[in-house]
Design a protein around this ligand. Structure first.
Ligand SMILES: [Zn+2]
Length: 274
């Protein structure tokens, strides 16, 4: 396929998926813009294997956020806000992957694909952990202090959430390996190490996300509800005030940095073996 054709096909496909995301209330209009830009770059510069991995992340995360939605809205403040993802959330989740795709367009190095797989594994793991972990029957613990904290607190981890993160990362790793085999017309051989490294990389990236959430991430306080929140405007509509953390390190910046960390670890693990 000609490169220009692939970019146009990527644009068309991303527009259709972005439209579906808007209709199903997964994306805001800004979120559609971000998803179309990221989808076009990843599909155009990376190729169809890269594009399908992005779709696996987007589809599985959107489905899980709808799973037991009413129950989750009651469990945690985090889910009380409208479920639509906005522009900065889309860039936080897909931005590093898009940068890797652009680099791959220039240098075609296979390690860039492994790094991309690790980035997608981390954002997928993080979303799965959040969406399923909140349903844990036991209250989660803070990753730094070990204290029991309310569900949805920044930096909270649970056994269920950790298992969900590993499953989300492994799904990306297994999909990547299967797609690479398909793309190589039987030339490449199945190796278990790539999915495993992706699982470990994605899980570590998610733990890094929790560590920043518990330490340096900007956390706000709502004086109206007497609750912690990750957003500068609380779900009740009240403007919240900074409680702790660095003002530039919001939830989106944490997600972006975590996807870089998960991507770097996955690439290092694969590079160390091959
Ligand atoms: Zn409030």
């Amino acid at each position: 396929m000609l490169e220009l054709q692939r970019w146009f096909l990527g644009l068309a496909l991303s527009a259709v998926i972005g439209g579906l995301g808007y209709r199903s209330e997964s994306l805001s209009s800004g979120g559609v813009l971000g998803a179309v830009a990221i989808g076009t770059i990843i599909f155009g510069a990376g190729g169809w294997v890269w594009g399908i991995l992005l779709i696996v992340f987007f589809a599985s995360s959107s489905l899980l956020s709808r799973y037991r939605e009413d129950e989750k809205a009651g469990l945690s403040d985090k889910f009380a806000k409208v479920g639509r993802r906005d522009l900065s959330q889309a860039l936080a989740n897909g931005g590093w992957g898009a940068i890797l795709a652009l680099a791959f367009g220039l240098w075609q190095s296979p390690i860039l694909f492994v790094a991309f797989t690790g980035a997608m594994a981390t954002v997928n793991a993080d979303t799965w952990a959040t969406e399923l972990g909140v349903l844990s029957r036991r209250p989660p613990r803070c990753i730094t202090t070990g204290d029991r904290v309310p569900p949805g607190t920044s930096g909270a981890i649970s056994l269920l959430g950790t298992a969900a993160a590993l499953a989300g990362a492994l799904l990306i790793g297994l999909s990547a390996e299967a797609l690479q085999l398909l793309a190589s017309d039987g030339v490449a051989q199945w190796t278990a190490w790539v999915p495993l490294a992706t699982g470990l990389g994605g899980l570590t990236g998610t733990f890094f996300d929790s560590l920043l959430g518990a330490s340096f991430q900007q956390v706000y306080w709502c004086d109206e509800c007497h609750k912690e929140t990750e957003r500068s405007t609380h779900s009740c509509g009240t403007r919240s005030r900074p409680l702790r953390g660095w003002s530039w390190l919001d939830n989106d910046a944490v997600n972006f940095l975590s996807s870089m960390v998960g991507s770097g670890i996955t690439a290092s693990l694969v590079w160390a073996v091959f």
